[in-house]
Write a new protein. Structure first.
Lengths: 122, 495
Protein backbone atom coordinates (compact mmCIF):
# COMPACT_ATOMS: atom_id res chain seq x y z
CA UNK A 1 0.00 0.00 0.00
CA UNK A 2 1.30 3.43 -0.88
CA UNK A 3 0.66 6.39 1.32
CA UNK A 4 -0.92 9.29 -0.58
CA UNK A 5 1.64 12.07 -0.89
CA UNK A 6 -0.68 14.80 0.51
CA UNK A 7 -0.84 13.37 4.00
CA UNK A 8 2.84 13.66 4.90
CA UNK A 9 2.91 17.06 3.18
CA UNK A 10 0.21 18.56 5.36
CA UNK A 11 0.55 16.47 8.48
CA UNK A 12 2.38 19.24 10.35
CA UNK A 13 -0.53 21.57 9.79
CA UNK A 14 -3.01 18.97 10.97
CA UNK A 15 -0.94 18.64 14.13
CA UNK A 16 -0.97 22.41 14.51
CA UNK A 17 -4.77 22.51 14.34
CA UNK A 18 -5.20 19.55 16.69
CA UNK A 19 -2.77 20.97 19.27
CA UNK A 20 -4.31 24.41 18.99
CA UNK A 21 -7.82 23.10 19.63
CA UNK A 22 -6.71 20.84 22.50
CA UNK A 23 -4.93 23.75 24.17
CA UNK A 24 -7.78 26.14 23.60
CA UNK A 25 -10.31 23.60 24.90
CA UNK A 26 -8.28 23.07 28.08
CA UNK A 27 -8.10 26.81 28.72
CA UNK A 28 -11.87 27.11 28.39
CA UNK A 29 -13.03 23.91 30.08
CA UNK A 30 -10.67 23.41 33.01
CA UNK A 31 -11.49 24.99 36.35
CA UNK A 32 -8.02 24.45 37.78
CA UNK A 33 -5.87 27.54 37.31
CA UNK A 34 -2.64 25.58 36.72
CA UNK A 35 -4.31 23.33 34.14
CA UNK A 36 -5.43 26.46 32.32
CA UNK A 37 -1.79 27.58 32.11
CA UNK A 38 -0.87 24.13 30.76
CA UNK A 39 -3.57 24.51 28.12
CA UNK A 40 -2.24 27.93 27.24
CA UNK A 41 1.23 26.42 26.76
CA UNK A 42 -0.09 23.73 24.40
CA UNK A 43 -1.92 26.44 22.50
CA UNK A 44 1.26 28.48 22.11
CA UNK A 45 3.32 25.42 21.12
CA UNK A 46 0.94 24.80 18.23
CA UNK A 47 1.88 28.23 16.87
CA UNK A 48 5.57 27.42 17.22
CA UNK A 49 5.02 24.28 15.13
CA UNK A 50 3.14 26.36 12.54
CA UNK A 51 6.07 28.76 12.12
CA UNK A 52 8.72 26.06 12.07
CA UNK A 53 6.79 23.93 9.55
CA UNK A 54 6.39 26.74 7.07
CA UNK A 55 10.11 27.38 6.87
CA UNK A 56 11.06 23.76 6.15
CA UNK A 57 11.94 22.90 2.55
CA UNK A 58 11.93 19.34 1.19
CA UNK A 59 15.51 18.12 1.42
CA UNK A 60 16.66 21.46 2.79
CA UNK A 61 19.69 21.49 5.09
CA UNK A 62 20.39 23.77 8.02
CA UNK A 63 21.11 27.34 6.82
CA UNK A 64 24.90 27.25 7.12
CA UNK A 65 27.26 29.14 4.81
CA UNK A 66 28.94 26.25 3.05
CA UNK A 67 29.62 25.47 -0.59
CA UNK A 68 28.07 22.02 -0.30
CA UNK A 69 24.71 23.40 0.83
CA UNK A 70 22.49 24.57 -2.00
CA UNK A 71 19.04 24.01 -0.52
CA UNK A 72 18.40 25.26 2.98
CA UNK A 73 15.47 25.95 5.29
CA UNK A 74 14.41 29.53 5.97
CA UNK A 75 16.05 30.51 9.28
CA UNK A 76 13.90 33.57 9.98
CA UNK A 77 10.79 31.81 11.38
CA UNK A 78 13.07 29.80 13.68
CA UNK A 79 14.51 33.02 15.08
CA UNK A 80 11.04 34.49 15.50
CA UNK A 81 9.94 31.41 17.39
CA UNK A 82 12.93 31.66 19.72
CA UNK A 83 11.55 35.07 20.67
CA UNK A 84 8.03 33.68 21.00
CA UNK A 85 9.31 30.85 23.23
CA UNK A 86 10.94 33.40 25.53
CA UNK A 87 7.67 35.33 25.67
CA UNK A 88 5.82 32.08 26.41
CA UNK A 89 8.18 31.23 29.26
CA UNK A 90 7.74 34.70 30.74
CA UNK A 91 3.95 34.41 30.49
CA UNK A 92 3.97 30.98 32.16
CA UNK A 93 6.26 32.20 34.95
CA UNK A 94 4.10 35.24 35.61
CA UNK A 95 0.90 33.16 35.48
CA UNK A 96 2.28 30.65 37.96
CA UNK A 97 3.53 33.44 40.24
CA UNK A 98 0.05 34.96 40.29
CA UNK A 99 -1.41 31.49 41.04
CA UNK A 100 0.90 31.21 44.06
CA UNK A 101 -0.42 34.53 45.35
CA UNK A 102 -4.02 33.45 44.63
CA UNK A 103 -3.48 30.27 46.59
CA UNK A 104 -2.03 32.33 49.49
CA UNK A 105 -5.04 34.60 49.71
CA UNK A 106 -7.90 32.29 48.68
CA UNK A 107 -6.57 28.93 49.89
CA UNK A 108 -7.58 27.24 46.63
CA UNK A 109 -6.77 27.25 42.93
CA UNK A 110 -10.15 25.94 41.74
CA UNK A 111 -11.97 28.59 39.75
CA UNK A 112 -15.53 27.72 40.89
CA UNK A 113 -14.55 27.95 44.56
CA UNK A 114 -12.82 31.29 43.94
CA UNK A 115 -15.90 32.63 42.15
CA UNK A 116 -18.09 31.60 45.12
CA UNK A 117 -15.72 33.32 47.55
CA UNK A 118 -15.73 36.48 45.43
CA UNK A 119 -19.50 36.46 45.42
CA UNK A 120 -19.48 36.25 49.22
CA UNK A 121 -17.03 39.14 49.38
CA UNK A 122 -19.39 41.57 47.70
CA UNK B 1 26.49 65.48 18.38
CA UNK B 2 23.14 67.11 18.95
CA UNK B 3 22.22 66.63 15.33
CA UNK B 4 22.97 62.91 15.40
CA UNK B 5 20.87 62.60 18.57
CA UNK B 6 18.08 64.35 16.73
CA UNK B 7 18.35 61.78 13.97
CA UNK B 8 18.01 58.93 16.48
CA UNK B 9 14.90 60.31 18.22
CA UNK B 10 12.61 57.43 17.12
CA UNK B 11 14.87 54.88 18.81
CA UNK B 12 15.41 57.03 21.91
CA UNK B 13 11.64 57.36 22.28
CA UNK B 14 11.41 53.64 23.10
CA UNK B 15 14.84 52.96 24.55
CA UNK B 16 14.71 55.71 27.18
CA UNK B 17 11.82 54.28 29.26
CA UNK B 18 13.00 50.73 28.54
CA UNK B 19 16.44 51.43 30.04
CA UNK B 20 15.05 53.54 32.88
CA UNK B 21 13.01 50.57 34.15
CA UNK B 22 15.92 48.39 35.34
CA UNK B 23 17.68 51.48 36.75
CA UNK B 24 14.75 51.81 39.18
CA UNK B 25 15.48 48.28 40.39
CA UNK B 26 19.15 49.11 40.97
CA UNK B 27 18.39 52.06 43.28
CA UNK B 28 15.47 50.49 45.16
CA UNK B 29 14.47 53.81 46.71
CA UNK B 30 10.94 55.09 46.29
CA UNK B 31 11.97 58.71 45.77
CA UNK B 32 14.71 57.87 43.27
CA UNK B 33 12.44 55.48 41.34
CA UNK B 34 9.78 58.18 41.07
CA UNK B 35 12.36 60.78 39.94
CA UNK B 36 13.60 58.41 37.23
CA UNK B 37 10.04 57.78 36.07
CA UNK B 38 9.42 61.55 36.01
CA UNK B 39 12.53 62.29 33.98
CA UNK B 40 11.88 59.39 31.58
CA UNK B 41 8.23 60.22 30.97
CA UNK B 42 8.70 63.99 30.55
CA UNK B 43 11.70 63.49 28.26
CA UNK B 44 9.63 61.03 26.22
CA UNK B 45 6.90 63.63 26.04
CA UNK B 46 9.35 66.22 24.68
CA UNK B 47 10.70 63.71 22.17
CA UNK B 48 7.20 62.94 20.93
CA UNK B 49 6.56 66.67 20.40
CA UNK B 50 9.81 66.94 18.41
CA UNK B 51 8.84 63.90 16.35
CA UNK B 52 5.41 65.32 15.61
CA UNK B 53 6.97 68.60 14.47
CA UNK B 54 9.47 66.74 12.32
CA UNK B 55 6.67 64.71 10.70
CA UNK B 56 4.55 67.80 10.15
CA UNK B 57 7.32 69.64 8.35
CA UNK B 58 9.20 66.83 6.55
CA UNK B 59 6.67 64.01 6.20
CA UNK B 60 6.90 60.46 7.61
CA UNK B 61 10.17 59.35 9.19
CA UNK B 62 11.58 55.93 8.52
CA UNK B 63 14.25 54.88 11.00
CA UNK B 64 16.30 51.73 10.30
CA UNK B 65 17.39 50.01 13.49
CA UNK B 66 21.12 49.24 13.32
CA UNK B 67 21.19 50.51 9.74
CA UNK B 68 19.73 47.26 8.34
CA UNK B 69 17.82 47.91 5.15
CA UNK B 70 14.08 47.27 4.90
CA UNK B 71 12.64 44.58 4.68
CA UNK B 72 15.47 42.64 6.36
CA UNK B 73 15.92 44.88 9.36
CA UNK B 74 13.36 46.28 11.75
CA UNK B 75 12.00 49.65 10.74
CA UNK B 76 10.59 52.28 13.07
CA UNK B 77 8.07 54.35 11.25
CA UNK B 78 6.69 57.67 12.45
CA UNK B 79 3.86 59.09 10.38
CA UNK B 80 1.03 61.50 11.28
CA UNK B 81 -0.95 58.84 13.10
CA UNK B 82 1.83 57.21 15.07
CA UNK B 83 3.29 60.61 16.03
CA UNK B 84 -0.14 61.61 17.33
CA UNK B 85 -0.59 58.40 19.34
CA UNK B 86 2.95 58.74 20.73
CA UNK B 87 1.99 62.22 21.86
CA UNK B 88 -1.17 60.91 23.56
CA UNK B 89 0.64 58.10 25.40
CA UNK B 90 3.58 60.23 26.55
CA UNK B 91 1.39 63.17 27.59
CA UNK B 92 -0.88 60.95 29.69
CA UNK B 93 2.13 59.07 31.05
CA UNK B 94 3.84 62.29 32.16
CA UNK B 95 0.78 63.72 33.88
CA UNK B 96 -0.04 60.43 35.59
CA UNK B 97 3.55 60.21 36.87
CA UNK B 98 3.28 63.75 38.21
CA UNK B 99 0.12 62.75 40.08
CA UNK B 100 1.41 59.37 41.24
CA UNK B 101 3.45 59.69 44.50
CA UNK B 102 0.65 60.23 47.06
CA UNK B 103 -1.69 57.72 45.49
CA UNK B 104 1.00 55.07 45.04
CA UNK B 105 2.36 55.50 48.58
CA UNK B 106 -1.11 54.90 49.93
CA UNK B 107 -2.15 51.93 47.79
CA UNK B 108 1.05 49.94 47.32
CA UNK B 109 3.24 48.40 50.05
CA UNK B 110 6.25 50.67 50.56
CA UNK B 111 8.86 47.96 49.85
CA UNK B 112 7.29 47.32 46.45
CA UNK B 113 6.95 50.86 45.15
CA UNK B 114 10.24 50.87 43.21
CA UNK B 115 9.00 47.70 41.47
CA UNK B 116 5.77 49.47 40.65
CA UNK B 117 7.69 52.23 38.85
CA UNK B 118 9.78 49.62 37.04
CA UNK B 119 6.67 47.90 35.70
CA UNK B 120 5.07 51.25 34.92
CA UNK B 121 8.05 52.28 32.77
CA UNK B 122 8.06 48.89 31.03
CA UNK B 123 4.38 49.22 30.16
CA UNK B 124 5.10 52.74 28.94
CA UNK B 125 8.01 51.54 26.77
CA UNK B 126 5.92 48.68 25.40
CA UNK B 127 3.06 50.97 24.39
CA UNK B 128 5.46 53.40 22.69
CA UNK B 129 7.15 50.51 20.90
CA UNK B 130 3.84 49.18 19.56
CA UNK B 131 3.05 52.62 18.24
CA UNK B 132 6.35 53.35 16.56
CA UNK B 133 7.33 50.03 15.03
CA UNK B 134 6.81 49.28 11.35
CA UNK B 135 7.40 45.56 11.71
CA UNK B 136 4.54 43.12 12.33
CA UNK B 137 6.50 40.71 14.51
CA UNK B 138 8.26 43.44 16.46
CA UNK B 139 4.79 44.75 17.25
CA UNK B 140 3.97 41.41 18.88
CA UNK B 141 7.10 41.63 21.05
CA UNK B 142 6.20 45.12 22.28
CA UNK B 143 2.59 44.02 22.75
CA UNK B 144 3.79 41.31 25.12
CA UNK B 145 6.20 43.66 26.93
CA UNK B 146 3.36 46.06 27.67
CA UNK B 147 0.86 43.29 28.46
CA UNK B 148 3.06 41.27 30.81
CA UNK B 149 4.02 44.37 32.78
CA UNK B 150 0.42 45.56 32.93
CA UNK B 151 -0.68 42.18 34.36
CA UNK B 152 1.83 42.79 37.16
CA UNK B 153 0.58 46.35 37.67
CA UNK B 154 -3.02 45.11 37.98
CA UNK B 155 -2.07 42.36 40.43
CA UNK B 156 -0.57 45.03 42.75
CA UNK B 157 -4.11 46.16 43.69
CA UNK B 158 -5.05 46.12 47.37
CA UNK B 159 -7.84 43.53 47.33
CA UNK B 160 -7.32 39.84 46.61
CA UNK B 161 -9.70 40.16 43.64
CA UNK B 162 -6.88 42.06 41.91
CA UNK B 163 -5.00 38.75 41.62
CA UNK B 164 -7.83 36.91 39.90
CA UNK B 165 -8.50 39.93 37.68
CA UNK B 166 -4.83 39.95 36.63
CA UNK B 167 -4.91 36.17 36.06
CA UNK B 168 -7.98 36.35 33.82
CA UNK B 169 -6.49 39.24 31.88
CA UNK B 170 -3.28 37.20 31.50
CA UNK B 171 -5.14 34.22 30.03
CA UNK B 172 -7.25 36.29 27.62
CA UNK B 173 -4.43 38.69 26.77
CA UNK B 174 -2.11 35.81 25.89
CA UNK B 175 -4.77 34.21 23.71
CA UNK B 176 -5.23 37.57 21.98
CA UNK B 177 -1.50 38.05 21.38
CA UNK B 178 -1.14 34.44 20.17
CA UNK B 179 -4.02 34.94 17.72
CA UNK B 180 -2.16 37.98 16.47
CA UNK B 181 1.04 36.00 15.76
CA UNK B 182 -0.94 33.27 14.06
CA UNK B 183 -2.17 36.00 11.73
CA UNK B 184 1.34 37.34 11.23
CA UNK B 185 2.61 33.81 10.52
CA UNK B 186 -0.03 33.20 7.88
CA UNK B 187 0.76 36.53 6.23
CA UNK B 188 4.46 35.69 6.28
CA UNK B 189 3.60 32.42 4.58
CA UNK B 190 1.84 34.32 1.81
CA UNK B 191 4.22 37.24 1.36
CA UNK B 192 7.58 36.22 2.79
CA UNK B 193 8.07 39.48 4.67
CA UNK B 194 7.29 41.00 8.04
CA UNK B 195 7.61 44.70 7.30
CA UNK B 196 4.10 46.18 7.36
CA UNK B 197 4.61 48.43 4.33
CA UNK B 198 6.25 45.58 2.42
CA UNK B 199 3.43 43.13 3.24
CA UNK B 200 0.83 45.66 2.10
CA UNK B 201 2.59 45.98 -1.27
CA UNK B 202 2.62 42.23 -1.87
CA UNK B 203 -0.81 41.41 -0.47
CA UNK B 204 -3.01 42.47 -3.42
CA UNK B 205 -1.53 39.69 -5.59
CA UNK B 206 -2.70 37.03 -3.15
CA UNK B 207 -5.73 38.84 -1.72
CA UNK B 208 -8.31 36.28 -2.86
CA UNK B 209 -6.63 33.33 -1.14
CA UNK B 210 -8.24 31.94 2.01
CA UNK B 211 -5.03 32.08 4.03
CA UNK B 212 -5.13 35.88 3.87
CA UNK B 213 -8.76 35.93 5.00
CA UNK B 214 -7.94 33.61 7.91
CA UNK B 215 -5.01 35.84 8.90
CA UNK B 216 -7.33 38.83 8.81
CA UNK B 217 -9.86 37.07 11.06
CA UNK B 218 -7.22 35.95 13.57
CA UNK B 219 -5.73 39.44 13.80
CA UNK B 220 -9.15 41.08 14.22
CA UNK B 221 -10.10 38.77 17.08
CA UNK B 222 -6.66 38.94 18.69
CA UNK B 223 -6.51 42.73 18.75
CA UNK B 224 -10.24 42.84 19.58
CA UNK B 225 -9.40 41.07 22.83
CA UNK B 226 -6.78 43.70 23.63
CA UNK B 227 -8.96 46.70 22.96
CA UNK B 228 -12.05 45.37 24.74
CA UNK B 229 -14.22 45.11 21.63
CA UNK B 230 -17.73 44.33 22.83
CA UNK B 231 -18.07 40.56 23.35
CA UNK B 232 -14.34 40.25 24.10
CA UNK B 233 -14.31 42.85 26.89
CA UNK B 234 -14.99 40.51 29.83
CA UNK B 235 -11.53 40.94 31.35
CA UNK B 236 -11.73 44.72 31.37
CA UNK B 237 -14.22 45.70 34.12
CA UNK B 238 -12.55 43.59 36.83
CA UNK B 239 -9.05 44.58 35.76
CA UNK B 240 -9.92 48.29 35.91
CA UNK B 241 -11.88 47.97 39.16
CA UNK B 242 -9.30 46.10 41.23
CA UNK B 243 -6.06 47.57 39.86
CA UNK B 244 -4.44 50.34 41.92
CA UNK B 245 -6.22 53.62 41.06
CA UNK B 246 -3.20 55.13 39.36
CA UNK B 247 -2.78 52.05 37.16
CA UNK B 248 -6.42 52.24 36.11
CA UNK B 249 -5.96 55.90 35.17
CA UNK B 250 -2.90 55.08 33.08
CA UNK B 251 -4.20 51.93 31.37
CA UNK B 252 -7.70 53.30 30.69
CA UNK B 253 -6.21 56.36 29.03
CA UNK B 254 -3.48 54.63 27.00
CA UNK B 255 -3.62 50.82 26.63
CA UNK B 256 -6.97 50.52 24.84
CA UNK B 257 -6.11 53.56 22.69
CA UNK B 258 -2.93 51.90 21.51
CA UNK B 259 -4.91 48.73 20.75
CA UNK B 260 -7.32 50.76 18.61
CA UNK B 261 -4.27 52.24 16.89
CA UNK B 262 -3.00 48.71 16.14
CA UNK B 263 -6.37 47.83 14.64
CA UNK B 264 -6.19 50.93 12.41
CA UNK B 265 -2.67 49.98 11.35
CA UNK B 266 -3.60 46.39 10.54
CA UNK B 267 -6.71 47.36 8.64
CA UNK B 268 -5.50 50.35 6.68
CA UNK B 269 -1.71 50.20 6.52
CA UNK B 270 -1.41 46.44 6.25
CA UNK B 271 -4.48 45.11 4.44
CA UNK B 272 -5.43 48.41 2.81
CA UNK B 273 -8.79 49.92 1.97
CA UNK B 274 -9.35 47.79 -1.13
CA UNK B 275 -9.13 44.42 0.63
CA UNK B 276 -11.06 45.83 3.56
CA UNK B 277 -13.98 46.84 1.35
CA UNK B 278 -14.11 43.35 -0.17
CA UNK B 279 -14.70 41.79 3.26
CA UNK B 280 -17.93 41.88 5.32
CA UNK B 281 -16.05 43.74 8.06
CA UNK B 282 -18.12 46.95 7.93
CA UNK B 283 -21.38 45.39 9.13
CA UNK B 284 -19.52 43.23 11.63
CA UNK B 285 -17.76 46.16 13.34
CA UNK B 286 -20.79 48.43 13.11
CA UNK B 287 -23.08 45.94 14.85
CA UNK B 288 -20.57 45.16 17.60
CA UNK B 289 -19.91 48.88 18.10
CA UNK B 290 -23.62 49.68 18.34
CA UNK B 291 -24.26 46.86 20.82
CA UNK B 292 -21.29 48.12 22.85
CA UNK B 293 -22.40 51.75 23.09
CA UNK B 294 -25.97 50.86 24.08
CA UNK B 295 -25.61 47.75 26.24
CA UNK B 296 -22.46 48.83 28.09
CA UNK B 297 -23.96 52.25 28.88
CA UNK B 298 -27.03 50.45 30.26
CA UNK B 299 -24.85 48.15 32.36
CA UNK B 300 -22.91 51.19 33.63
CA UNK B 301 -26.14 52.71 34.98
CA UNK B 302 -26.56 49.81 37.42
CA UNK B 303 -23.06 49.90 38.90
CA UNK B 304 -22.48 50.82 42.54
CA UNK B 305 -18.73 51.23 42.24
CA UNK B 306 -17.55 54.32 40.34
CA UNK B 307 -14.45 52.61 38.99
CA UNK B 308 -16.52 49.77 37.56
CA UNK B 309 -19.05 52.27 36.21
CA UNK B 310 -16.29 54.11 34.33
CA UNK B 311 -14.82 50.78 33.16
CA UNK B 312 -18.08 49.85 31.45
CA UNK B 313 -18.25 53.36 30.07
CA UNK B 314 -14.78 52.75 28.57
CA UNK B 315 -16.04 49.66 26.74
CA UNK B 316 -18.86 51.82 25.37
CA UNK B 317 -16.37 54.48 24.27
CA UNK B 318 -14.32 51.87 22.42
CA UNK B 319 -17.61 51.13 20.67
CA UNK B 320 -17.64 54.70 19.28
CA UNK B 321 -14.12 54.28 17.93
CA UNK B 322 -15.02 50.98 16.29
CA UNK B 323 -18.10 52.54 14.69
CA UNK B 324 -15.82 55.22 13.26
CA UNK B 325 -13.55 52.53 11.79
CA UNK B 326 -16.53 50.61 10.37
CA UNK B 327 -17.43 53.58 8.14
CA UNK B 328 -14.14 53.31 6.18
CA UNK B 329 -14.44 56.98 5.22
CA UNK B 330 -12.18 59.93 5.96
CA UNK B 331 -14.78 61.48 8.29
CA UNK B 332 -15.31 58.22 10.17
CA UNK B 333 -11.60 57.67 10.69
CA UNK B 334 -11.13 61.32 11.68
CA UNK B 335 -13.77 60.77 14.37
CA UNK B 336 -11.98 57.65 15.61
CA UNK B 337 -8.58 59.32 15.71
CA UNK B 338 -9.89 62.45 17.45
CA UNK B 339 -11.70 60.25 19.93
CA UNK B 340 -8.46 58.40 20.67
CA UNK B 341 -7.09 61.69 21.97
CA UNK B 342 -10.28 63.01 23.55
CA UNK B 343 -11.18 59.81 25.33
CA UNK B 344 -7.64 59.62 26.70
CA UNK B 345 -7.95 63.05 28.33
CA UNK B 346 -11.54 62.38 29.47
CA UNK B 347 -10.89 59.03 31.12
CA UNK B 348 -7.48 60.15 32.34
CA UNK B 349 -9.12 63.06 34.20
CA UNK B 350 -12.02 60.98 35.57
CA UNK B 351 -9.86 58.13 36.83
CA UNK B 352 -7.38 60.57 38.41
CA UNK B 353 -10.31 62.10 40.31
CA UNK B 354 -11.32 58.60 41.40
CA UNK B 355 -7.74 57.98 42.54
CA UNK B 356 -7.91 61.23 44.56
CA UNK B 357 -11.22 60.16 46.12
CA UNK B 358 -9.76 56.80 47.12
CA UNK B 359 -6.75 58.64 48.58
CA UNK B 360 -9.07 60.50 50.95
CA UNK B 361 -11.93 58.13 51.77
CA UNK B 362 -10.55 54.64 51.00
CA UNK B 363 -13.54 53.76 48.87
CA UNK B 364 -14.94 54.52 45.45
CA UNK B 365 -18.49 53.26 46.03
CA UNK B 366 -21.10 55.79 44.98
CA UNK B 367 -22.83 55.70 48.38
CA UNK B 368 -19.56 56.31 50.22
CA UNK B 369 -18.91 59.35 48.03
CA UNK B 370 -22.11 61.06 49.26
CA UNK B 371 -21.65 64.73 50.09
CA UNK B 372 -18.00 64.83 49.05
CA UNK B 373 -18.51 68.07 47.11
CA UNK B 374 -18.48 70.07 50.36
CA UNK B 375 -15.17 68.69 51.57
CA UNK B 376 -13.41 68.34 48.21
CA UNK B 377 -14.96 71.09 46.05
CA UNK B 378 -12.14 71.45 43.52
CA UNK B 379 -11.73 67.72 42.94
CA UNK B 380 -15.43 67.19 42.45
CA UNK B 381 -15.74 70.20 40.16
CA UNK B 382 -13.07 68.55 38.01
CA UNK B 383 -15.14 65.37 38.01
CA UNK B 384 -18.22 67.20 36.77
CA UNK B 385 -16.23 69.10 34.13
CA UNK B 386 -14.62 65.93 32.76
CA UNK B 387 -18.04 64.24 32.92
CA UNK B 388 -19.50 66.92 30.64
CA UNK B 389 -16.81 66.03 28.16
CA UNK B 390 -17.65 62.32 28.50
CA UNK B 391 -21.30 63.05 27.72
CA UNK B 392 -20.36 65.32 24.85
CA UNK B 393 -21.61 68.75 25.93
CA UNK B 394 -20.65 71.49 23.42
CA UNK B 395 -17.37 73.36 24.11
CA UNK B 396 -15.79 70.16 25.44
CA UNK B 397 -13.48 67.73 23.66
CA UNK B 398 -16.03 64.91 23.85
CA UNK B 399 -18.46 66.95 21.76
CA UNK B 400 -16.00 67.28 18.89
CA UNK B 401 -15.49 63.54 18.48
CA UNK B 402 -19.20 62.77 18.69
CA UNK B 403 -19.93 65.56 16.22
CA UNK B 404 -17.56 64.03 13.68
CA UNK B 405 -18.90 60.56 14.32
CA UNK B 406 -22.48 61.69 13.70
CA UNK B 407 -21.37 63.64 10.60
CA UNK B 408 -19.70 60.48 9.31
CA UNK B 409 -22.84 58.42 9.96
CA UNK B 410 -25.02 60.94 8.13
CA UNK B 411 -22.55 61.04 5.21
CA UNK B 412 -22.96 57.30 4.93
CA UNK B 413 -26.75 57.62 5.15
CA UNK B 414 -26.81 55.65 8.39
CA UNK B 415 -29.36 57.79 10.23
CA UNK B 416 -30.19 55.08 12.77
CA UNK B 417 -26.51 55.00 13.77
CA UNK B 418 -26.58 58.75 14.42
CA UNK B 419 -29.73 58.29 16.53
CA UNK B 420 -28.20 55.43 18.54
CA UNK B 421 -25.08 57.53 19.21
CA UNK B 422 -27.28 60.25 20.67
CA UNK B 423 -29.26 57.69 22.71
CA UNK B 424 -26.02 56.32 24.10
CA UNK B 425 -24.94 59.86 25.07
CA UNK B 426 -28.22 60.28 26.95
CA UNK B 427 -27.54 57.02 28.78
CA UNK B 428 -24.15 58.50 29.71
CA UNK B 429 -26.01 61.45 31.26
CA UNK B 430 -27.95 58.99 33.44
CA UNK B 431 -25.00 57.02 34.78
CA UNK B 432 -22.92 60.13 35.24
CA UNK B 433 -25.77 61.91 37.03
CA UNK B 434 -26.02 59.06 39.55
CA UNK B 435 -22.54 59.91 40.80
CA UNK B 436 -23.10 63.67 40.68
CA UNK B 437 -26.35 63.35 42.62
CA UNK B 438 -24.65 61.42 45.38
CA UNK B 439 -21.67 63.76 45.52
CA UNK B 440 -23.55 67.08 45.40
CA UNK B 441 -27.05 66.54 46.76
CA UNK B 442 -26.58 64.07 49.61
CA UNK B 443 -25.15 64.56 53.08
CA UNK B 444 -21.98 62.89 54.26
CA UNK B 445 -22.97 59.58 55.90
CA UNK B 446 -23.16 59.93 59.72
CA UNK B 447 -19.93 59.03 61.46
CA UNK B 448 -17.82 59.63 58.35
CA UNK B 449 -14.34 60.93 59.00
CA UNK B 450 -13.61 64.60 58.42
CA UNK B 451 -11.68 65.07 55.19
CA UNK B 452 -9.90 67.91 53.48
CA UNK B 453 -9.29 68.84 49.87
CA UNK B 454 -6.47 66.84 48.25
CA UNK B 455 -2.96 68.32 48.11
CA UNK B 456 -2.04 70.63 45.22
CA UNK B 457 0.40 68.08 43.77
CA UNK B 458 -2.62 65.94 42.96
CA UNK B 459 -5.04 68.73 42.12
CA UNK B 460 -2.82 70.35 39.48
CA UNK B 461 -2.43 67.24 37.27
CA UNK B 462 -6.20 66.66 37.45
CA UNK B 463 -6.92 70.22 36.36
CA UNK B 464 -4.33 70.03 33.57
CA UNK B 465 -6.32 67.11 32.16
CA UNK B 466 -9.65 68.88 32.65
CA UNK B 467 -8.20 72.02 31.07
CA UNK B 468 -7.17 69.93 28.07
CA UNK B 469 -10.77 68.75 27.75
CA UNK B 470 -11.96 72.34 27.38
CA UNK B 471 -8.98 73.66 25.45
CA UNK B 472 -9.32 70.98 22.77
CA UNK B 473 -13.09 71.43 22.80
CA UNK B 474 -12.81 75.12 21.92
CA UNK B 475 -9.57 75.33 19.96
CA UNK B 476 -9.95 72.31 17.72
CA UNK B 477 -7.37 73.23 15.05
CA UNK B 478 -4.63 71.08 16.48
CA UNK B 479 -6.50 67.80 16.94
CA UNK B 480 -8.71 68.02 13.87
CA UNK B 481 -5.96 68.96 11.42
CA UNK B 482 -3.76 66.09 12.59
CA UNK B 483 -6.62 63.60 12.70
CA UNK B 484 -7.81 64.57 9.22
CA UNK B 485 -4.33 64.30 7.74
CA UNK B 486 -3.85 60.94 9.43
CA UNK B 487 -7.24 59.68 8.23
CA UNK B 488 -6.54 60.70 4.64
CA UNK B 489 -3.13 59.08 4.85
CA UNK B 490 -4.67 55.82 6.12
CA UNK B 491 -7.49 55.64 3.58
CA UNK B 492 -5.22 56.51 0.69
CA UNK B 493 -2.22 54.52 1.87
CA UNK B 494 -0.66 52.57 -1.00
CA UNK B 495 -2.40 49.29 -1.68
Amino acid sequence: MTIPIEIPGLINYWIVIVLMMIGFYIVISQGNLIKKIVGLNIFQVSVFVLYISMSKIDGGAAPILDEAIKNYSNPLPHVLILTAIVVGVATTALGLAIIVRIRDSYGTIEEDKIINMERDDT
Amino acid sequence: MLESLYHHLPAIQVVLPLVSAPICVIFRRTAIAWSIAMVASWLSFSISILLLEQVNSNGPISYLLGGWQVPWGIEYKVDQLSAFVLLIVTAIGSIVTLFAPNSVNKEIASDRIYLFYTMYLLTFAGLLGITITGDAFNLFVFLEISSLSSYVLISLGGKRNALTAAYRYLILGTIGATFYIIGVGLLYQMTGTLNIADISQRLPEVAGIKTVMVAFAFMTVGIGLKLGLFPLHVWLPNAYTYAPSIVTAFLAATATKVAVYVLLRIYFSLFGTKILLSLPIQEFLLILGLIAIISMSLVAIYQKNTKRLLAYSSVAQVGYMVIGISMITVTGLTATIIHLFNHAVIKGALFLVIAAVFYRINSVKIEDMAGLAKSMPFTMAAFVAAGFSLIGVPLTAGFISKWYLILGAIDKGWLFVAVLIIVSSLLAVIYFWKVVESVYFKERPPGAIQIKEIPLTMLIPIWIMVGANFYFGINTNFTISIAEKAAKYLIGSPL
